[in-house]
Design a protein around this ligand. Structure first.
Ligand code: NDP
Length: 298
């Protein structure tokens, strides 16, 4: 696996392998749903415009959807698409019983208000978990669809640590898509949670208190090795491309991996850590959404 520095086998959290197993489990669930209930879960992915990174994400999402045996509905709209047109498509997908999950790829072109579009998605089909209803349910302990990246982080943490109850967790970053839902999930597991952000005083000291440290900042290698308490579990959500002389660039996380791996009890690499979990959790959410819509218990 390509990564930035060696960590001992025992402290490396292999998100790629975990995501592969999760996809196998999802494929098995889909097979059962088809044979026992005549039900094939379906995911609709909407792409507006030509953003190269978004095109790659959408292609990967559709390919993995098909790989686990689900139905994939791809909608590619031109960059000139207006808000009313996109909202009409979302409504059509909301009303389509073959579609159990809807994902509108962000960012959207500037003539479209992303919030208006996210608000228009039926919360029951909101497999990204960005709708205010799902954010509210997550915050109040209800049956939410949970944003995919933090859900993936939680699965990795529970797999490594088992019961998280009582652990001191620090989440660096308070975005609506990663930091806040991550903190809510950890609180739901009865961790003692601190949320740090750009105004936090003495961030290093806050991080050193963590038994679980989640970095979701978007600043290359900002979390240094000596910010990591001995034996802490470090989850690096960051994906940052560093320019290199060869012109290709190199992917690094928000954590200085080589230094941090010397202190951490367990750590995710970049790439190959949290990244692969995101699409796997999108597929998981689609199955969850479909089963809830049809009243099926897996
Ligand atoms: P945002 O830019 O939305 O949020 C970044 C957060 O980091 C903000 O809350 C900000 O604080 C905080 N922050 C910024 N600078 C500092 C600092 N110097 N010290 C402490 N906190 C700081 O980013 P996202 O949450 O969307 O993404 C975070 C990272 O995760 C990015 O690298 C992104 O690429 C990656 N990512 C990876 C995914 C995956 O699939 N693995 C999916 C989604 C994101 P404040 O609120 O005060 O401004």
């Amino acid at each position: 696996m390509a990564m930035n520095a060696p960590a001992s086998r025992s402290n490396l959290i292999d998100g790629k392998a975990f995501a592969e197993n999760l996809r196998k489990q999802i494929a098995a669930d889909v097979t059962l749903l088809k044979s026992n209930h005549g039900f094939t879960p379906g995911l609709a992915v909407v792409l507006v415009g030509e953003d190269p990174a978004s095109r790659v994400y959408v292609k990967n999402k559709a390919a993995q959807t098909v790989e686990v045996g689900m139905a994939s509905f791809e909608h590619k709209l031109p960059p000139t698409t207006g808000q009313a047109e996109l909202l009409a498509l979302v409504k059509k997908l909301n009303d389509d019983p073959a579609v159990n999950g809807i994902l509108v790829q962000l960012p959207l072109p500037k003539q479209i208000d992303p919030q208006a579009v996210l608000d228009a998605i039926d919360p029951a089909k909101d497999v990204d978990g960005f709708h205010v209803v799902n954010a509210g349910r997550l915050a109040t302990g209800g049956e939410a669809l949970v944003p995919c990246t933090p859900l993936g982080c939680l699965l990795l943490l529970k797999d490594r640590l088992g019961d998280l109850s009582g652990k001191r967790a620090v989440v660096v970053g308070r975005s609506n898509i990663v930091g806040k839902p991550m903190a809510q999930l950890l609180l739901g597991e009865s961790c003692t949670v601190t949320i740090a952000h750009s105004r936090t005083r003495d961030l290093a000291a806050e991080c050193r208190r963590a038994e679980i440290l989640v970095a979701a900042v978007g600043k290359p290698e900002m979390v240094k090795g000596d910010w990591v308490a001995p034996g802490a579990t470090v989850i690096d959500v960051g994906i940052n491309r560093i320019p290199m002389p060869d012109g290709k660039g190199r992917l690094v996380g928000d954590v200085a991996f080589a230094e941090a791996a010397k202190h951490a009890g367990a750590i995710t690499p970049v790439p190959g850590g949290v990244g692969p979990m995101t699409i796997a959790c999108l597929l998981k959410n689609t199955v969850t959404a479909g089963c809830r819509q049809r009243g099926i218990k897996l």
